[in-house]
Write a protein that binds this ligand. Structure first.
Ligand code: ZN
Length: 342
Protein backbone atom coordinates (compact mmCIF):
# COMPACT_ATOMS: atom_id res chain seq x y z
CA UNK A 1 0.00 0.00 0.00
CA UNK A 2 1.02 3.57 -0.42
CA UNK A 3 -0.11 6.95 0.89
CA UNK A 4 0.13 10.32 -0.86
CA UNK A 5 -0.33 13.61 0.97
CA UNK A 6 -1.68 16.16 -1.48
CA UNK A 7 -1.90 19.84 -0.51
CA UNK A 8 -4.30 21.66 -2.84
CA UNK A 9 -3.82 25.41 -3.48
CA UNK A 10 -0.35 25.40 -1.79
CA UNK A 11 -1.22 27.77 1.03
CA UNK A 12 1.67 29.59 2.68
CA UNK A 13 1.23 27.70 5.96
CA UNK A 14 1.92 24.44 4.14
CA UNK A 15 5.44 25.84 3.81
CA UNK A 16 5.71 27.47 7.24
CA UNK A 17 3.91 24.75 9.26
CA UNK A 18 3.37 21.60 7.17
CA UNK A 19 6.77 21.33 5.51
CA UNK A 20 8.73 21.25 8.81
CA UNK A 21 6.29 18.77 10.37
CA UNK A 22 6.47 16.32 7.47
CA UNK A 23 10.22 16.76 7.06
CA UNK A 24 10.65 15.83 10.71
CA UNK A 25 9.17 12.43 9.91
CA UNK A 26 10.93 12.00 6.58
CA UNK A 27 7.72 12.51 4.59
CA UNK A 28 7.19 14.50 1.39
CA UNK A 29 4.00 15.61 -0.31
CA UNK A 30 2.48 16.89 -3.52
CA UNK A 31 1.60 20.58 -3.99
CA UNK A 32 -1.28 21.69 -6.25
CA UNK A 33 -0.19 25.08 -7.60
CA UNK A 34 -2.54 27.82 -8.90
CA UNK A 35 0.01 29.50 -11.14
CA UNK A 36 -1.61 32.96 -11.21
CA UNK A 37 -1.58 33.04 -7.40
CA UNK A 38 2.04 32.09 -6.69
CA UNK A 39 3.04 34.50 -3.91
CA UNK A 40 -0.53 35.83 -3.93
CA UNK A 41 -3.67 34.57 -2.27
CA UNK A 42 -6.74 32.40 -2.83
CA UNK A 43 -10.06 33.10 -1.15
CA UNK A 44 -8.24 35.62 1.03
CA UNK A 45 -5.55 33.23 2.28
CA UNK A 46 -1.88 33.62 1.29
CA UNK A 47 -0.31 31.21 -1.20
CA UNK A 48 3.35 30.26 -0.96
CA UNK A 49 5.82 32.03 -3.22
CA UNK A 50 8.20 30.61 -5.81
CA UNK A 51 11.19 30.45 -3.46
CA UNK A 52 9.18 28.48 -0.93
CA UNK A 53 7.82 25.94 -3.42
CA UNK A 54 11.26 25.63 -4.99
CA UNK A 55 12.78 24.81 -1.60
CA UNK A 56 10.12 22.15 -1.03
CA UNK A 57 10.61 20.73 -4.52
CA UNK A 58 14.35 20.55 -3.86
CA UNK A 59 13.46 18.45 -0.83
CA UNK A 60 11.49 15.95 -2.87
CA UNK A 61 8.03 17.48 -3.01
CA UNK A 62 6.10 17.12 -6.25
CA UNK A 63 4.83 20.20 -8.05
CA UNK A 64 1.44 19.53 -9.66
CA UNK A 65 -0.71 21.95 -11.62
CA UNK A 66 -3.94 23.17 -10.08
CA UNK A 67 -4.72 25.39 -13.11
CA UNK A 68 -3.95 29.06 -13.78
CA UNK A 69 -6.91 30.77 -12.05
CA UNK A 70 -8.77 27.97 -10.20
CA UNK A 71 -12.01 28.08 -12.22
CA UNK A 72 -14.73 25.44 -12.50
CA UNK A 73 -13.44 23.86 -15.68
CA UNK A 74 -16.81 22.31 -16.53
CA UNK A 75 -18.19 25.85 -16.95
CA UNK A 76 -15.58 26.72 -19.60
CA UNK A 77 -15.40 25.92 -23.31
CA UNK A 78 -12.63 23.71 -24.67
CA UNK A 79 -10.40 26.63 -25.59
CA UNK A 80 -10.59 28.18 -22.14
CA UNK A 81 -9.99 24.82 -20.47
CA UNK A 82 -6.98 24.24 -22.69
CA UNK A 83 -5.57 27.63 -21.68
CA UNK A 84 -5.86 26.70 -18.00
CA UNK A 85 -4.18 23.34 -18.61
CA UNK A 86 -1.42 24.37 -21.00
CA UNK A 87 -0.49 27.74 -19.51
CA UNK A 88 -0.21 26.48 -15.95
CA UNK A 89 2.02 23.64 -17.11
CA UNK A 90 4.16 25.98 -19.21
CA UNK A 91 4.57 28.39 -16.30
CA UNK A 92 5.64 25.65 -13.90
CA UNK A 93 8.00 24.12 -16.45
CA UNK A 94 9.53 27.56 -17.06
CA UNK A 95 10.52 27.49 -13.38
CA UNK A 96 12.26 24.17 -13.95
CA UNK A 97 9.62 21.88 -12.44
CA UNK A 98 8.78 18.56 -14.07
CA UNK A 99 4.96 18.55 -14.08
CA UNK A 100 3.02 15.32 -14.63
CA UNK A 101 -0.09 15.58 -12.45
CA UNK A 102 -3.13 17.83 -12.64
CA UNK A 103 -5.40 18.55 -9.68
CA UNK A 104 -8.91 19.67 -10.57
CA UNK A 105 -10.17 22.98 -9.08
CA UNK A 106 -13.37 22.45 -7.08
CA UNK A 107 -13.39 18.88 -8.39
CA UNK A 108 -15.42 20.12 -11.40
CA UNK A 109 -14.71 17.24 -13.76
CA UNK A 110 -16.27 15.10 -16.46
CA UNK A 111 -15.25 13.03 -19.49
CA UNK A 112 -14.71 16.14 -21.62
CA UNK A 113 -12.31 17.68 -19.11
CA UNK A 114 -10.57 14.33 -18.60
CA UNK A 115 -9.96 14.05 -22.33
CA UNK A 116 -8.44 17.55 -22.47
CA UNK A 117 -6.31 16.93 -19.36
CA UNK A 118 -4.90 13.78 -20.93
CA UNK A 119 -3.40 15.87 -23.73
CA UNK A 120 -1.16 17.73 -21.28
CA UNK A 121 -0.77 15.59 -18.16
CA UNK A 122 0.02 12.02 -17.22
CA UNK A 123 -2.53 11.86 -14.42
CA UNK A 124 -5.42 13.72 -12.88
CA UNK A 125 -6.94 13.85 -9.41
CA UNK A 126 -10.46 15.26 -9.34
CA UNK A 127 -12.49 15.00 -6.10
CA UNK A 128 -13.91 11.49 -6.04
CA UNK A 129 -14.10 9.79 -2.68
CA UNK A 130 -12.22 6.53 -2.30
CA UNK A 131 -8.90 4.76 -2.64
CA UNK A 132 -7.12 3.52 -5.75
CA UNK A 133 -6.33 -0.04 -6.75
CA UNK A 134 -2.73 -1.07 -7.37
CA UNK A 135 -2.03 -1.00 -10.30
CA UNK A 136 -4.28 2.01 -10.85
CA UNK A 137 -7.38 1.38 -12.94
CA UNK A 138 -7.56 4.84 -14.55
CA UNK A 139 -4.90 7.44 -13.83
CA UNK A 140 -7.16 10.28 -15.01
CA UNK A 141 -9.74 9.48 -12.34
CA UNK A 142 -7.62 9.20 -9.20
CA UNK A 143 -9.71 8.89 -6.05
CA UNK A 144 -8.90 10.58 -2.76
CA UNK A 145 -10.19 11.23 0.75
CA UNK A 146 -10.30 14.82 1.95
CA UNK A 147 -9.86 16.29 5.37
CA UNK A 148 -12.36 18.90 6.58
CA UNK A 149 -12.29 20.73 9.88
CA UNK A 150 -14.58 18.16 11.48
CA UNK A 151 -12.49 15.13 10.38
CA UNK A 152 -11.09 13.45 13.46
CA UNK A 153 -7.62 12.04 13.83
CA UNK A 154 -9.20 8.62 14.35
CA UNK A 155 -10.97 8.82 11.00
CA UNK A 156 -7.75 9.61 9.14
CA UNK A 157 -5.94 6.80 10.95
CA UNK A 158 -8.74 4.44 9.91
CA UNK A 159 -8.33 5.49 6.26
CA UNK A 160 -4.65 4.57 6.50
CA UNK A 161 -5.41 1.28 8.24
CA UNK A 162 -8.03 0.38 5.61
CA UNK A 163 -5.62 1.14 2.78
CA UNK A 164 -3.02 -1.06 4.44
CA UNK A 165 -5.48 -3.91 4.98
CA UNK A 166 -6.67 -3.76 1.36
CA UNK A 167 -3.32 -2.90 -0.25
CA UNK A 168 -4.64 0.21 -1.95
CA UNK A 169 -3.28 3.68 -2.71
CA UNK A 170 -4.70 6.32 -0.39
CA UNK A 171 -4.43 9.95 -1.51
CA UNK A 172 -5.20 12.29 1.39
CA UNK A 173 -6.38 15.69 0.15
CA UNK A 174 -5.42 18.60 2.40
CA UNK A 175 -5.77 22.36 2.13
CA UNK A 176 -5.29 24.87 4.97
CA UNK A 177 -3.45 24.20 8.24
CA UNK A 178 -4.46 25.84 11.52
CA UNK A 179 -7.18 27.94 9.90
CA UNK A 180 -10.04 26.52 11.92
CA UNK A 181 -12.55 28.93 10.36
CA UNK A 182 -11.96 27.25 6.99
CA UNK A 183 -13.96 24.16 5.97
CA UNK A 184 -10.98 22.37 4.39
CA UNK A 185 -8.54 22.61 7.28
CA UNK A 186 -6.41 20.38 9.44
CA UNK A 187 -4.82 21.29 12.76
CA UNK A 188 -1.05 21.12 13.01
CA UNK A 189 -1.58 18.73 15.96
CA UNK A 190 -3.47 16.27 13.75
CA UNK A 191 -0.99 16.68 10.89
CA UNK A 192 1.82 15.87 13.32
CA UNK A 193 -0.06 12.88 14.69
CA UNK A 194 -0.74 11.48 11.21
CA UNK A 195 2.90 11.95 10.24
CA UNK A 196 4.04 10.22 13.41
CA UNK A 197 1.64 7.32 12.78
CA UNK A 198 2.85 6.95 9.19
CA UNK A 199 6.47 6.90 10.39
CA UNK A 200 5.81 4.45 13.23
CA UNK A 201 3.85 2.10 10.96
CA UNK A 202 6.55 2.32 8.29
CA UNK A 203 3.92 3.37 5.74
CA UNK A 204 5.21 3.97 2.21
CA UNK A 205 4.59 7.65 1.32
CA UNK A 206 5.10 8.63 -2.31
CA UNK A 207 4.09 11.51 -4.54
CA UNK A 208 1.49 10.99 -7.26
CA UNK A 209 4.02 10.75 -10.07
CA UNK A 210 6.25 8.41 -8.08
CA UNK A 211 3.35 5.98 -7.76
CA UNK A 212 2.32 6.24 -11.39
CA UNK A 213 5.84 6.22 -12.81
CA UNK A 214 5.24 8.05 -16.11
CA UNK A 215 6.27 5.85 -19.00
CA UNK A 216 9.51 6.69 -20.72
CA UNK A 217 9.31 6.41 -24.47
CA UNK A 218 11.83 4.31 -26.35
CA UNK A 219 11.93 3.54 -30.03
CA UNK A 220 12.29 0.08 -31.55
CA UNK A 221 15.98 -0.70 -31.44
CA UNK A 222 16.55 2.10 -28.93
CA UNK A 223 18.34 1.80 -25.65
CA UNK A 224 17.08 1.83 -22.09
CA UNK A 225 19.54 2.89 -19.47
CA UNK A 226 18.66 1.42 -16.12
CA UNK A 227 20.14 2.78 -12.94
CA UNK A 228 19.87 0.56 -9.92
CA UNK A 229 20.17 1.75 -6.37
CA UNK A 230 22.12 -1.20 -5.07
CA UNK A 231 22.81 0.44 -1.76
CA UNK A 232 19.08 0.30 -1.01
CA UNK A 233 19.22 -3.48 -1.47
CA UNK A 234 22.00 -4.36 0.94
CA UNK A 235 19.50 -5.88 3.36
CA UNK A 236 19.04 -9.00 1.25
CA UNK A 237 22.03 -10.87 2.61
CA UNK A 238 25.76 -11.31 2.46
CA UNK A 239 26.11 -13.50 -0.63
CA UNK A 240 25.66 -12.64 -4.31
CA UNK A 241 22.17 -11.93 -5.47
CA UNK A 242 20.48 -11.27 -8.76
CA UNK A 243 18.06 -8.65 -9.94
CA UNK A 244 15.96 -9.32 -13.01
CA UNK A 245 14.06 -6.75 -15.06
CA UNK A 246 11.48 -8.37 -17.29
CA UNK A 247 9.51 -6.18 -19.63
CA UNK A 248 6.26 -7.52 -20.99
CA UNK A 249 2.63 -6.80 -21.73
CA UNK A 250 0.24 -7.09 -18.83
CA UNK A 251 -0.36 -5.98 -15.30
CA UNK A 252 0.36 -9.19 -13.38
CA UNK A 253 3.47 -11.30 -13.00
CA UNK A 254 2.00 -14.17 -15.00
CA UNK A 255 0.88 -11.90 -17.85
CA UNK A 256 4.27 -10.21 -18.09
CA UNK A 257 6.06 -13.55 -18.05
CA UNK A 258 3.75 -14.88 -20.76
CA UNK A 259 4.24 -11.80 -22.96
CA UNK A 260 7.87 -10.99 -22.42
CA UNK A 261 9.69 -8.50 -24.54
CA UNK A 262 13.11 -8.70 -22.93
CA UNK A 263 14.93 -9.64 -19.77
CA UNK A 264 18.06 -8.26 -18.18
CA UNK A 265 19.74 -9.51 -15.13
CA UNK A 266 22.27 -7.96 -12.82
CA UNK A 267 24.50 -9.45 -10.17
CA UNK A 268 25.75 -7.97 -6.98
CA UNK A 269 28.52 -9.78 -5.17
CA UNK A 270 28.19 -8.47 -1.67
CA UNK A 271 31.31 -10.30 -0.46
CA UNK A 272 33.60 -8.45 -2.85
CA UNK A 273 31.47 -5.32 -3.06
CA UNK A 274 31.43 -5.47 -6.84
CA UNK A 275 28.25 -4.72 -8.71
CA UNK A 276 26.94 -3.08 -11.79
CA UNK A 277 25.33 0.27 -11.15
CA UNK A 278 23.72 0.72 -14.51
CA UNK A 279 23.20 -1.00 -17.81
CA UNK A 280 22.24 -0.09 -21.34
CA UNK A 281 19.79 -2.55 -22.84
CA UNK A 282 18.59 -2.61 -26.42
CA UNK A 283 14.93 -2.87 -27.34
CA UNK A 284 14.43 -5.50 -30.09
CA UNK A 285 13.97 -3.82 -33.46
CA UNK A 286 10.81 -5.89 -34.02
CA UNK A 287 9.29 -5.08 -30.61
CA UNK A 288 5.56 -4.43 -30.98
CA UNK A 289 4.55 -0.79 -30.51
CA UNK A 290 2.84 -0.40 -27.17
CA UNK A 291 3.11 -0.07 -23.44
CA UNK A 292 5.03 -2.52 -21.30
CA UNK A 293 5.23 -3.18 -17.61
CA UNK A 294 8.33 -4.20 -15.73
CA UNK A 295 8.45 -7.20 -13.43
CA UNK A 296 11.33 -6.98 -11.00
CA UNK A 297 12.51 -10.12 -9.31
CA UNK A 298 15.30 -10.24 -6.77
CA UNK A 299 16.68 -13.75 -6.36
CA UNK A 300 19.39 -15.27 -4.22
CA UNK A 301 20.17 -18.03 -6.66
CA UNK A 302 20.16 -18.35 -10.40
CA UNK A 303 21.07 -21.23 -12.66
CA UNK A 304 23.17 -19.62 -15.39
CA UNK A 305 22.81 -22.72 -17.57
CA UNK A 306 19.06 -23.19 -17.49
CA UNK A 307 18.07 -19.63 -16.67
CA UNK A 308 15.93 -20.81 -13.80
CA UNK A 309 15.43 -18.39 -10.96
CA UNK A 310 15.78 -20.00 -7.56
CA UNK A 311 15.09 -18.53 -4.16
CA UNK A 312 13.07 -15.39 -4.87
CA UNK A 313 13.42 -12.68 -2.25
CA UNK A 314 10.98 -10.22 -3.65
CA UNK A 315 9.05 -9.35 -6.79
CA UNK A 316 7.11 -6.34 -7.89
CA UNK A 317 5.25 -5.15 -10.98
CA UNK A 318 5.71 -1.57 -12.14
CA UNK A 319 2.81 -0.67 -14.42
CA UNK A 320 3.32 1.40 -17.58
CA UNK A 321 7.05 1.50 -17.17
CA UNK A 322 7.94 1.67 -20.84
CA UNK A 323 6.23 2.79 -24.01
CA UNK A 324 7.68 1.76 -27.33
CA UNK A 325 6.83 4.19 -30.08
CA UNK A 326 7.86 4.55 -33.72
CA UNK A 327 9.67 7.47 -35.21
CA UNK A 328 11.79 8.82 -32.38
CA UNK A 329 14.75 8.85 -34.75
CA UNK A 330 18.11 8.27 -33.16
CA UNK A 331 17.12 9.69 -29.82
CA UNK A 332 17.68 7.48 -26.82
CA UNK A 333 15.30 8.10 -23.98
CA UNK A 334 16.63 7.27 -20.56
CA UNK A 335 14.88 5.94 -17.55
CA UNK A 336 15.83 5.50 -13.97
CA UNK A 337 15.09 2.16 -12.47
CA UNK A 338 15.39 2.41 -8.76
CA UNK A 339 14.27 0.18 -5.91
CA UNK A 340 14.34 2.13 -2.71
CA UNK A 341 11.84 0.15 -0.67
CA UNK A 342 12.65 -3.43 0.14
ZN1 ZN B 1 -8.18 24.21 -5.00
Amino acid sequence: MVVTLCFDDAYEEVYTIGFPILTGYGIRGTLGIITNEIGGSFEGYPIMNLNQMTEMHNNGWEIASHSVTHPSLTDLNDGAVTNELANSKNTLESFGFDVNAFIVPFGAYDDRIASLVSQYYYSCRPSIWGTNSIPVADRYWLKSKWVVNTTSLGEIISWIDDAKANNTWLIIMLHNIDRSEREYNISSENLSAISQYIAEQNINVLNISEVLNPSPEVEQGGTIRETINWDALVGVGTHPFYLFSMYGVGTTESEILANQLMVHWFVKDVATGTYTTSINATVPSNAPIGTYSCLTIIADDFNTTTGDILGIYDSEVDANVLTIVPGLGATIVSTNFMRVAF
